[in-house]
Design a protein around this ligand. Structure first.
Ligand SMILES: Nc1ncnc2c1ncn2[C@@H]1O[C@H](COP(=O)(O)OP(=O)(O)OP(=O)(O)O)[C@@H](O)[C@H]1O
Ligand SMILES: [Mg+2]
Length: 262
């Protein structure tokens, strides 16, 4: 099976969770699955910026990316977070390769809006490198940076990057592993399944906000673009990936809505 796993940044902060996930990823590759990892790291970046005394501002949920902040994004995401994860997968017996969207023009972006600075909107994906690597047993680990046509770098949303790579790779499954059980309703109960209309309602009523709002929008776009299976689940749950591949229902599945009656 070809699958894309998006790992939320908080999961990678704890070395225990990171190692557990690395073992599962290495195990899936060992069993012949073609696995690509895309990771975030927003909270780690916020901590780094705070230590450096660099202020950051959010507009419409996007971090305004000044040249100084872009530099920090490269250091923290493509540097620390990526290397730590690659090392953990290697340690678990996998063959991990750390990348960003800039490698071989994997993900090309344009500026989303001048007021956001170097925040990118994904324009195209060239999945050949990912196919080459996964076809030879490697596990590509991609940090959410993309390059522009003029060689500039952009900070891109990791959930959107995961969706774009899944679609262009024609992967069978997209799994978002995050720091909650899945999508929670107004009573904080897990919603096992939801379609785009219900996701829209959760956003509209404020039940799904912040990072989950962005994730639901990304999920809805993946479903719309025909990704066969999209799921949000807890990365800290032991064996979450083998369980999901074994058909267990874990977390929240995003499904295509009921067809509209003629
Ligand atoms: N209805 C909801 N159900 C579940 N989580 C929600 C909901 N509304 C808001 N959230 C928040 O969304 C967060 C998950 O999104 P977040 O962007 O923080 O994680 P991530 O995408 O996994 O990590 P990263 O952004 O670092 O890649 C949860 O920790 C929770 O605080
Ligand atoms: Mg997020």
């Amino acid at each position: 099976m070809k699958l894309l796993v998006k790992l939320g940044g908080t999961l990678l902060d704890s070395s225990e969770t990171r190692c557990r996930l690395a073992q599962q990823l290495a195990g899936l590759a060992e069993r012949g699955h073609r696995v690509v990892v895309v990771h975030g790291g927003g909270k780690r970046l916020s901590r780094y910026l705070a230590v450096q005394g660099i202020q950051s501002r959010f507009v419409n949920g996007f971090r305004v990316t000044t040249p100084e902040i872009l530099d920090a994004v490269v250091k923290v995401l493509a540097g620390e977070v990526n290397v730590e994860l690659v090392t953990a997968i290697q340690q678990a017996g996998g063959r991990a390769v750390g990348l960003t969207g800039a490698d071989d023009g994997l993900v090309e972006a344009v500026q989303l809006s001048p007021e956001l600075g170097a925040v990118g909107r994904i324009e195209r994906v060239r999945p050949a490198l990912l196919d080459l690597l996964t076809g030879n047993g490697y596990v590509p680990v991609v940090a959410c940076l993309a390059a522009g046509a003029q060689g500039e770098l952009f900070n891109v949303n990791a959930d959107q990057m995961a969706v774009a790579c899944t679609v262009h790779l024609q992967a069978d499954r997209l799994i978002f592993l995050t720091d909650v059980e899945g999508v929670l309703d107004e009573q904080k109960r897990l919603i096992p399944e939801l379609d785009a209309a219900r996701a829209e309602e959760l956003i509209h009523t404020g039940v799904a906000s912040r990072g989950m709002e962005a994730k639901l929008k990304a999920c809805a776009s993946a479903v719309r673009q025909g990704v066969p299976e999209v799921r949000i689940a807890a990365g800290a749950r032991p064996n979450v990936l083998p369980d999901l591949l074994g058909g267990q229902t874990v977390g929240t599945a995003l499904v295509a809505g009921a067809p509209v009656a003629p």
